[in-house]
Design a protein around this ligand. Structure first.
Ligand SMILES: Nc1ncnc2c1ncn2[C@@H]1O[C@H](COP(=O)(O)OP(=O)(O)OP(=O)(O)O)[C@@H](O)[C@H]1O
Ligand SMILES: [Mg+2]
Length: 230
């Protein structure tokens, strides 16, 4: 099959990195072997608090440059790109659900999605926003501001905001750790369901071992002390 310029071959991993390490304040906080994740292959990054999950996500998303090694998104070396090109690649490819949600407090759920849609795709499609809000079960809270949402509702709003740009990769940092068992299971169901519906691939980071059985592909990060000794 002949591929048009800019279209990657099916064999190009969606996410890959070489042996990767990162130090902060002179201390190694991440030291891991290489990894490849194909499009459609949902994966979990599992490790205790402080093992470097958020650091790894920041590297994959081009928000942090690793001390050594490099991360590729869809075959493009995120770490080698200039800041503006990194931002463009992230905007084009990744929907990020932050550990601390980072919804804009002055805007309603609907307005948060509208802003993300405008920044990510340069358009305003109210019908798509309403459909996505309904899909995550927040139709009755669409005009609420983030501070008026429960923890689980805020997480669902953050997932909807990540999906509104139609990303190929959805990265979620600790989406379940603050939730009880049934809400944690519902959150993972929602991530899988929305990823399937939009054709996105999931990369979920957590210390929550309850969701381990839901993923066939797992990258396990050692506790910080063991990593530093490796
Ligand atoms: N800006 C920083 N300066 C120095 N050290 C940092 C900084 N940010 C994180 N660290 C350290 O790097 C290590 C990894 O942090 P990171 O946030 O990636 O862990 P995590 O696995 O996401 O933890 P958690 O499950 O608690 O979110 C920790 O020991 C943390 O204290
Ligand atoms: Mg973290």
């Amino acid at each position: 099959m002949k591929l048009a310029a800019g279209v990657s071959a099916a064999t190009t991993p969606l996410v890959s990195f070489s042996t990767l390490s990162h130090a902060m304040d002179g201390r190694t906080v991440l030291a891991i072997p290489g990894w490849e994740q194909a499009a459609g292959e949902h994966a979990l990054v599992l490790g205790p608090s402080g093992s470097g999950k958020t650091t790894l996500i920041n590297i994959i998303c081009g928000l942090v440059t690793p001390t050594s090694g490099s991360a590729r998104i869809d075959g493009m070396d995120m770490t080698a790109l200039a800041p503006a090109a990194r931002d463009a690649l992230r905007r084009r490819t990744i929907g990020l659900v932050f550990q601390t949600l980072r919804l804009i407090p002055a805007l309603t759920v609907r307005e948060n999605l509208a802003l993300a849609q405008h920044i990510g795709r340069g358009l305003h499609d109210p019908a798509e926003i309403s459909a996505l809000i309904a899909r995550v079960g927040l139709a009755h809270r669409a005009d609420a501001k983030p501070r008026a949402l429960s923890q689980g509702e805020g997480q669902r709003a953050a997932i909807a905001r990540a999906l509104i740009t139609r990303p190929r990769l959805v990265v979620a940092d600790e989406p379940t750790s603050a939730l009880d068992d049934s809400n944690a299971a519902a959150m993972i169901d929602l991530l899988f369901e929305t990823a399937t519906a939009t054709g996105a691939t999931l990369l979920v980071a957590t210390h929550d071992v309850r969701i381990r059985p839901r993923f066939a592909k797992v990258l396990t990060l050692a506790p910080p002390a063991l990593q530093a000794a490796a």
